[in-house]
Design a binder for this molecule. Structure first.
Ligand code: BT5
Length: 318
């Protein structure tokens, strides 16, 4: 689709028409080939005005996460530089995992308009309606021990946090993987990994972010929200996606240069978790206590009656 991106590049942001002959000569292809690309673009939802003797003018772009559209908002070195777009998939994490197994480059990302089997942690479902939100998975190959992977969840939550904050929103981080607005979940992260005994082969970071979703199914209606709901206006998903990938790369670079402990500190500060009373349920057992923060593995330290318990995973109810 490079040709399509190039043709769009000629047409975008211009008030006047651009002739087929001009584009053909600049791209070194025939006018028929240009016409074919324009037809293809029309099938993808782009609209053009054609004026005889003058050429083409772009009149509309579809609300789709096409790589060249996200690419306009991308300012990264490697994250999202290879961006695989799918209309609908079972799970972007599944597609990314397969790509990683096949040896794709670090930073390769998969985005989809919908997921038929979007997943959360512990076999839970991630509600993934078509064309509304972001379902994004990124392949990373960190030089970490498998036990150090858990805090990578934080780079995703922090990236979402910064993206939303820079849009003037007031997100809140909830351990371990949620971002909330107005007390409702707007984003979640699912990390999946492939490793050897003492070495990570790759990690897939899967991020779901509710952008323009207005209707929710009964299961999540009272606990989820979206950027549209909290701001009462739609957001350009390609722009949000580009910003998110930029922030993700920045936090990943932080891990590479300063280690996972540094990211844990950043997350802890943003989450304001120290001193908060928490109840965490893990495998049917509930831990209660006052948080003493996050350790360098990403676990919560809970103090109760003088004893400190380390909780590595679970769901926070308070
Ligand atoms: C998560 O799990 O929060 C991880 C979600 C990760 C989703 C992304 S989308 C791209 C990539 N591909 C995938 O297949 N997954 C990742 P957890 O903490 O277990 O939360 C799951 C719970 O959140 C569900 O049981 C629901 O209660 C709720 N939920 C489901 N869909 C939601 C949505 N769209 N918005 C907010 N909450 C939702």
């Amino acid at each position: 689709m490079n040709r399509a991106a190039e043709v769009l590049g000629f047409l975008r942001g211009r008030r006047d028409h651009v002739s087929g002959a001009f584009m053909a000569s600049r791209l070194n292809i025939t006018r028929t080939a240009v016409w074919k690309v324009l037809k293809q673009l029309e099938q993808m939802g782009y609209t053009f005005e054609r004026l005889k003797g003058r050429g083409y003018r772009l009149t509309g772009s579809p609300d789709r996460l096409y790589p060249w559209e996200v690419g306009r908002h991308l300012d990264t070195k490697f994250v999202g530089r290879e961006l695989i777009y799918r209309d609908s998939v079972d799970s972007t994490n599944g597609v990314a995992f397969e790509l990683a197994l096949a040896g794709c480059a670090e930073g390769t990302c998969v985005v989809a308009e919908a997921q038929s089997a979007g997943r959360g942690r512990l076999q839970r479902t991630w509600h993934s309606p078509y064309g509304k939100n972001l379902y994004l998975s990124c392949v990373l190959r960190p030089a970490l021990h498998p036990s150090e992977v858990h805090p990578l969840t934080f780079i995703s939550s922090l990236a979402v946090y910064d993206t939303l904050a820079s849009e003037g929103l007031e997100p809140r981080l909830k351990w371990p993987n949620d971002v909330l607005i107005d007390g409702r979940k707007v984003s979640g992260t699912l990390i999946e990994l492939s490793c050897e005994a003492d070495r990570v082969r790759f990690v897939v970071i899967g991020i779901g972010l509710n952008v323009n979703m207005a209707d929710m199914n009964a299961e999540i209606a009272d606990k989820a929200t979206s950027l549209l709901i909290v701001s009462r206006k739609p957001f350009e998903r390609t722009r949000i996606c580009g910003m998110l990938l930029g922030n993700l790369e920045r936090y990943y670079e932080m891990v590479r240069s300063q280690g996972v402990g540094r990211v844990c500190r950043s997350w802890e500060e943003r989450a304001g978790i120290r001193g908060a009373y928490m109840e965490i349920t893990q495998m049917g057992r509930t831990y209660r206590g006052v948080s003493e923060g996050i350790d360098s593995d990403g676990a919560v330290l809970l103090r109760e009656k003088g004893a400190v318990t380390r909780v590595i995973a679970g769901d926070v109810s308070t």
